[in-house]
Ligand binder design. Structure first.
Ligand SMILES: NC(=O)c1ccc[n+]([C@@H]2O[C@H](COP(=O)([O-])OP(=O)(O)OC[C@H]3O[C@@H](n4cnc5c(N)ncnc54)[C@H](O)[C@@H]3O)[C@@H](O)[C@H]2O)c1
Length: 267
């Protein structure tokens, strides 16, 4: 295999990625993949303790290109637009550029329909959908004003394709996120800003362990043709494809579903 061809196709060396929700389980692993590909990664989120653990992982994964060592964390309140502008300013000052934005913050709550209070429903929509829209506004405006070709990756969920029982706000927010992604992709195609969704199926995480009991886990495995959950590292290939200006050059408004075939079959 001609590796230099692959290297050129997926060349991400020297790029800078802001990973919102990067302190979480899935996005931190995506961040490691980006760092190994030579990307300077900025984790943005609210939890400094978690961030330290994730940064240690990214620093430890640093290889010859040394990008992992440069990773850092910026405490960010996603719900406040001012905090997103501050994030943008800090990254520009420290890293000098931004090429990739990943919107990966997300929350879920598993409750039967009459038990979901309106404020909880709204909070989930705010975190999963509105905060992503705000981040796209803040970073998108910067990309456009400075003529920067960029890649925005919004982390959806297969619950946004077909809803997940007892996850009403979550499913609705992720469905809306897929729609929003397509709309922004169309809006910014002329500006060379690609906007896509990465759509994970079921990956073991704290949230899942809270939301899914054993019977539900078994049901999911039964419906998954590959008969297993995903490993977060299995999100890295698609992340690099969408992030790469060359390999992903004609991909915008798309969804890449990574679910072991869960969504491929109906029965
Ligand atoms: N784990 C799965 O199986 C799975 C499946 C489909 C989609 N997803 C999506 O992938 C993304 C990452 O999920 P994960 O499993 O890694 O979960 P996680 O809980 O480990 O990560 C979620 C991240 O969102 C951040 N976050 C939540 N609310 C926030 C707020 N108000 N302000 C700032 N940050 C906030 C958390 O701090 C955390 O870093 C989410 O969008 C989730 O919906 C996960």
């Amino acid at each position: 295999m001609n590796m230099s061809y692959i290297d050129k196709l997926y060349d991400l060396e020297g790029k800078v990625a802001v990973v919102i929700g990067g302190t979480g389980e899935l996005c931190s692993r995506m961040a490691i993949g980006l760092a190994k590909a030579g990307v300077e990664v900025v984790l943005a989120g609210r939890n400094e303790d978690k961030a330290e653990v994730r940064l240690d992982m990214i620093h430890a994964s640093s290889d010859d290109c040394g990008a992992g060592e440069k990773a850092y964390f910026v405490a960010t309140d996603l719900m406040a637009k001012g905090s997103l502008y501050a994030l943008l300013d800090i990254v520009l000052e420290r890293s000098g550029r931004i090429d990739i934005l990943i919107n990966g913050a997300g929350v879920n709550s598993s409750k039967s329909v009459f038990d979901v209070p309106a404020d909880e429903f709204q909070t989930i929509l705010d975190i999963n959908l509105t905060s992503t829209f705000q981040a796209c506004q803040v970073f998108g405006q910067y990309f456009i004003e400075h003529n920067i070709p960029a890649s925005i990756i919004n982390v959806g969920s297969i619950a946004g394709l077909d809803p997940m029982t007892n996850a009403f706000a979550y499913s609705a927010s992720k469905a809306a996120l897929l729609n929003l992604t397509k709309n922004l992709a169309s809006e910014w195609a002329d500006n060379d800003i690609r906007v896509n969704s990465l759509v994970p199926g079921f990956f073991p995480s704290e949230d899942n362990r809270r939301a899914l009991d054993e019977a539900r886990m078994l049901e999911i495995l039964r419906k998954t043709p590959m008969s297993r959950f995903g490993d977060p590292d299995e999100l890295i290939g698609a992340t690099l494809l969408l992030a790469s200006a060359k390999a992903g050059s004609f991909i915008t408004g798309s969804e890449i579903v990574i679910d072991g075939g869960f969504n491929a079959v109906s029965v």
